[in-house]
Design a protein around this ligand. Sequence first.
Ligand SMILES: Nc1ncnc2c1ncn2[C@@H]1O[C@H](COP(=O)(O)OP(=O)(O)OP(=O)(O)O)[C@@H](O)[C@H]1O
Length: 459
Amino acid sequence: MASVKNARVLVVDDETDVLFALKMLLKSEVKQVVTEKNPDNLPGLLEREKFDAIFLDMNFKSALNTGNEGIFWLRQILEKDREATVILITAYGDVELAVRSLKEGAADFIVKPWHNDKLLETLHYALEARKPKKAGAANTSPKKNTSTTILGESDAIKEVLYKIEKIAPTEANVLILGENGTGKELVARALHEKSFRANKPFVSVDMGALTDSLFESELFGSKKGAFTDAREDRAGRFEAANGGTLFLDEIGNITPPMQAKLLTVLQNRQVTPLGSNTPVPVDIRLISATNEPIYELAARNQFRKDLIYRINTVEITLPPLRQRTGDVELLARHFAALYAQKNHKPVPEFAEATMQKLKQHSWPGNVRELQHAVERAIILAESNTLQPQDFSFSAMELGPPAATTAYASASEKPVPLIELERETIVRTLEKNKGNISRTAKELGLTRTALYRRLNKHDI
Ligand SMILES: Nc1ncnc2c1ncn2[C@@H]1O[C@H](COP(=O)(O)OP(=O)(O)OP(=O)(O)O)[C@@H](O)[C@H]1O
C-alpha cells in the first residue's frame, strides 16, 4: 500500500464544489488526484486505473436518491477489488449509513463539513491501517506496533508513552487534556490501536460541532418519524462504536443539557434513540479530550463534576510544545524529512540559528503549527539549509503576548482598520481550524462575504 505522498487518489462526488475543494486540498499531499462527477463512469475508470484510496460520496443526487447509492457504489468498487481503500463522505445524520458502509468494507468515513487536517489524517490512517490486512494478519490481541507514532524524547512525552502502554489494554475511560495541536487525537488512536478493541471501530465525534438539536440524534440515533426528516431508523455514534472505542473530542465545549444526557448514557451504558422508548445496550470504551480548562469550568459550575468523574478514570495531560522544547528539533527534522519527500525535494538541513529560533518560539498551535511551519519553509526556502527567515511567524502564530499587540497598541497608537480586520479573520479562522462556515458565522458574515475578504487580504 502506498504512503500518502505516493498515493493515487480518486474522488467521486456529484457536487463540483466538493470535487474542487478536495482536489485543491489533496493535490499537494498525494501523488495524483483524479476526480469523477458521474459514478456511472466508475466501473470503466476502475478497469483502466488503480487507486490507493477512493473518496466516495454517500448521497448522490440521482433520480433514484434512496440514500443507498453510496452503498451501491461501494459494493461495486469492492467487487472489483476487495482490498480497495474507500473513505465515504457523509453528511451529518448519516451515521447509520456510515456504519453500514464500514460493515460492508469501507475503510473509514468523513463527515461534511470536514476539517482539512482531520481529513488528511483519516486518509493517512486508512492507508496505514490497510497494511496489516494485506499481509493477512488477523489479530485479536492488542497490537504492538501502532501506525500512530508519537514522537518525542522529553520526560513529558516519555511519561505519556508509558501511560499509553499501561492503560491501553484496560477498559479505563481516559480523559486527554492539552492545548490545540498537542497530539490528543494521536494519543486516543494509539490507545485504541494498542487495546483489545483494536479490530473494532474507532469512532471520533467532534462534540464542539454538535448543536443542541443534533446532539441526541447524532450520538444516540433516531427512530423513523422522530422528527420531520427522520425517514428511517438511524444508529448514533455510540452504536457505531459498539465493541470498539468512542472518542469524544472537544468535550469541554458541550452545554449543560448535553452534559446531563451524556452522563445518563454513560451511567446506564445504554442509549435510547430519539423517538424510541427502548434502550439499546452499548459496549464502548470511552476516550474524551478537551483543550478547555475543564476543572476551572467545573469550579464555575459550567461543567458537571459528576460527568468529569465518569470520563476521567485515568487522565493523560499533553504538555504544550513550548514546555518541551527538547522535542522541537526531533519533530522539526521528522516533518522536514516527511515534507521534503512529499514535495520532491532533498531533505533540508537547519542552520543553527534556525533551530535556535524554533526552540524559542512559543508555538501556540503546538505540534500542528510546527508541522505547518516546516512544510511552508520547505516549499518556500531558497537553499537546502533552512534559514531563520524561512520561518516567519505571523501575528497569529506569535502567541498570546504578541498576538495581542495589534489590540494593545490600538489603545496607544491607532492601527489601520484593514489590519485589524485581517487579524480578526486570521484568528477566527485559526480558532475554527480553517472551517469556513463556522468562521463566517462567528464573524457575522455570509460564506461568500468571507471568501471575498479572504481574497482581499490574500489569506
Ligand atoms: N508527538 C507527536 N509526534 C508526531 N506527530 C505529532 C505529535 N503530536 C502531534 N502530532 C501531529 O500534530 C498534528 C495535530 O495532532 P492532533 O490532531 O492529535 O492534536 P489535537 O491535540 O487532537 O488537536 P486539536 O485539539 O486541535 O483537535 C497531527 O498531524 C499529529 O499527527
